[in-house]
Write a protein that binds this ligand. Structure first.
Ligand SMILES: [Mg+2]
Length: 395
């Protein structure tokens, strides 16, 4: 059992009430393990707990953007969907397809029986989707939305951290907690720069920071063992709260128009974001009422690596079954966004001006050919995509 749940405990109770709890080798709930689908690690954890590898498992779900995408990323033997209201109204643009769809779990039982326990992974018999589609891969920070520091939200968050750290004769004030968090973020920033340099120089994978490393080792570096244990235990929840508190997001001009243009032209849309918390990115896009226009999210904390490591962009191309030659990458940092896109052979590498990158840097990247187009806002990119894909349709 692998479930995104607000309360794994209540799911466990329901299964027990139906006498089904003993039928499961392990139950993995997102609220208990701090990993949510479509992060493939949640499926890998379940497989490991069952004593097998993911490629020996079938994964059964009912949502395309979470279950099917998670199953594909974990490289399970087969992804099966049982029909529900989610499957009948899938979000636009998810190219990941299940190997089979069943109306009820009944048909599934027969299929599993037919497959038999000793059969080799069925994945080998499934042809890979042909990467033929055009797609828009879009960055989040600075591109979909600008961030504005939110000191009030950070103050509230620091008070919450202080409350959690206080105990056993150790009193932590909100101001102290805020200082710890800021120091942790500074260390994180320095480490990001070091790792970026190492990636550029040696091609070493550019790992994204994981919650426990951030909270226990970067924020809690100088804290006593008891407080470090609290940070270890609550790291996943704290990372989500930090992701929400650190900034207010302001939607950039033309983004909705751009995504609607992609929908109308049949381009898959995948968000590719360097972030400490993909869950917060999804929530922010939902708050801007964009989630219906976004097919999937590939976030660095879930993918394990950050841009400019091309692995994360390759994953987005795979999720969208996109042809890099017909794909647009839209970002705000040439050295992260355009570099990763170029390494994956993506033709259109578009950078928006007016963000964190000075105009001169954008101009240099245009001259060198790293960036193919610079636009003042997403509306202009919408016009370019509309023109290009109208030509496609006419041809
Ligand atoms: Mg950005």
């Amino acid at each position: 059992m692998v479930s995104n749940a607000h309360s794994g405990r209540s799911h466990r109770r329901i299964l027990a009430e139906h006498g089904l709890d003993r039928a499961f080798g392990v139950q993995v709930y997102s609220d208990e393990v701090g990993i949510r689908k479509p992060n493939p690690r949640i499926i890998e954890l379940a497989a490991t707990a069952l004593g097998v590898t993911a490629d020996r498992c079938w994964y059964v779900g009912d949502t395309l953007d979470r279950d099917v995408v998670a199953g594909r990323r974990a490289e399970v033997a087969a992804v099966v969907v049982t029909r529900s209201h989610h499957t009948d109204a899938p979000p636009f643009g998810v190219a990941a397809e299940p190997d089979a769809v069943f109306d009820t779990p009944e048909g599934l039982a027969d299929a599993l029986e037919a497959a038999g326990p000793a059969r080799s992974p069925v994945r080998t018999s499934i042809p890979a989707a042909k990467p033929a589609r055009a797609a828009l891969l879009i960055d989040h920070g600075g591109v979909i939305s600008h961030s504005q520091p939110d000191p009030d939200a950070m103050g509230e968050f620091a008070a919450e951290v202080a409350r959690r750290l206080t105990g056993a004769g150790e009193q932590v004030a909100p101001a102290q907690a805020l200082e710890l968090i800021e120091k942790g973020r500074e260390r994180h920033h320095l480490r990001k720069q070091q790792r970026h340099r190492a990636h550029v120089e040696t091609g070493a994978p550019l790992a994204e920071v994981q919650p426990v490393d951030f909270w226990r080792d970067l924020v809690g570096a100088e804290l006593p063992e008891r407080q470090r244990a609290i940070l270890t235990a609550e790291a996943f929840d704290l990372m989500h709260l930090l992701g929400r508190a650190k900034s207010r997001r302001i939607l950039r001009t033309g983004v909705r128009e751009l995504l609607e243009t992609c929908r109308d032209a049949g381009l898959a849309v995948v968000v590719v974001s360097n972030t400490i918390n993909g869950r917060a990115v999804r929530a922010q896009c939902a708050e801007h009422d964009l989630d219906g226009l976004i097919g999937a999210y590939v976030c660095s904390d879930e993918a394990g690596v950050r841009k400019p490591d091309p692995t994360i962009v390759r994953e987005a191309l795979r999720v969208a079954a996109a042809d890099p030659a017909r794909t647009w990458f839209y970002g705000d940092k040439p050295e992260n966004d355009a570099e990763a896109a170029r390494a994956c052979g993506i033709t259109h590498r578009v950078i928006v001006r007016g963000g964190s990158t000075p105009d001169e840097t954008v101009d240099r990247a245009l001259t060198s050919g790293l960036v193919t187009t610079a636009v003042p806002d997403a509306g202009q990119l919408a016009a370019l995509i509309a023109a290009e894909h109208r030509t496609d349709a006419d041809a």
